[in-house]
Design a protein around this ligand. Structure first.
Ligand SMILES: NC(=O)c1ccc[n+]([C@@H]2O[C@H](COP(=O)([O-])OP(=O)(O)OC[C@H]3O[C@@H](n4cnc5c(N)ncnc54)[C@H](OP(=O)(O)O)[C@@H]3O)[C@@H](O)[C@H]2O)c1
Length: 234
């Protein structure tokens, strides 16, 4: 179908990314669920199939340039454009650590996944997004990246998410006039492996704002930071 929307979701095998894939696919969007672990990605695809949802799986490790190139080539070959990129994949390896003692290797590793990965994906997929009538980039950030509410603890996670927010504004500015809208969001505290069982939101609730941003109309916002579909302080 020529006007079919195509979406790429990173870290789609579980958690909020899986919820985003389910929501997009159930709204008729051709969704490419990506995961760094092929077996986990195939299981997630099968799970959605059993729910009556057809999705596409493609391997993607967001820290690996060759893996990103392979996804970009696949998307170009199969669809010739991309409508939605959701940078959801992230790691959090510094729980309980403080800025004064966090090993720099951990900060570096988290920057690779939480910042450089999304940046490389935006760069690699920009030509395809510009071919869309309604290109959308959604960076799944965190309230912990907000400078307005910044505190101590989990320093690497906070820094990577603040940097992702900055990247959102930079790219929103650079994409202006192309039809591509770039926004970031805090999904809320969500019951996933990262959020833990005591979190207040379900996976479907966590997926709501990212999916809303992915489907913004052409007069929608760009360069914004949202929670529960409302702007939040940077
Ligand atoms: N849960 C919360 O309360 C909460 C709150 C604020 C923000 N967030 C943000 O929401 C997003 C999703 O979080 P979540 O709670 O769903 O986390 P999660 O359950 O830990 O899932 C993280 C996903 O990212 C993937 N991933 C990690 N490194 C990757 C890499 N190098 N390449 C590709 N995929 C990779 C994981 O794959 P594997 O399964 O292979 O590890 C997994 O699919 C993250 O950006 C997180 O920072 C979450």
């Amino acid at each position: 179908m020529p006007d079919e929307k195509i979406a790429v979701v990173t870290g789609g095998n579980k958690g909020i990314g899986f919820g985003i894939c389910r929501s997009l696919a159930s709204q008729g969007i051709r969704t490419i669920l990506t995961a760094r672990d092929v077996a986990k990605g195939e299981i997630a695809k099968e799970q959605l199939k059993q729910e009556g949802l057809e999705i596409i799986f493609h391997p993607l490790d967001v820290t690996d340039e060759n893996s990103i190139d392979s996804l970009a080539s696949f998307s170009a070959r199969e669809f010739g454009k991309l409508d939605i990129l959701i940078n959801n994949a992230a790691i959090r390896k510094d729980a309980g650590m403080m800025g004064l003692d966090v090993p720099v290797e951990i900060v570096r590793e988290m920057m690779e996944t939480n910042l450089y990965g999304p940046l490389m994906l935006c760069q690699a997929l920009a030509p395809l997004l510009k071919k869309s009538a309604a290109g959308r980039i959604v960076n799944v950030s965190s309230g912990m990246g907000s400078l307005a509410g910044m505190g101590g603890g989990s320093p690497a996670y906070r820094i990577t998410k603040t940097a992702l927010n900055a990247m959102t504004k930079v790219l929103a500015s650079e994409f202006r006039g192309t039809g591509v809208l770039v926004n970031c969001c805090h999904p809320g505290w969500v019951r996933t492996d990262m959020g833990g069982r005591g979190a207040s939101k379900s996976i479907d609730e966590g997926a709501d704002t990212p999916v809303w941003l992915a489907l913004l109309s052409k007069d929608g916002p760009t360069g914004g930071y949202f929670q529960d579909r409302k702007p939040m302080p940077w």
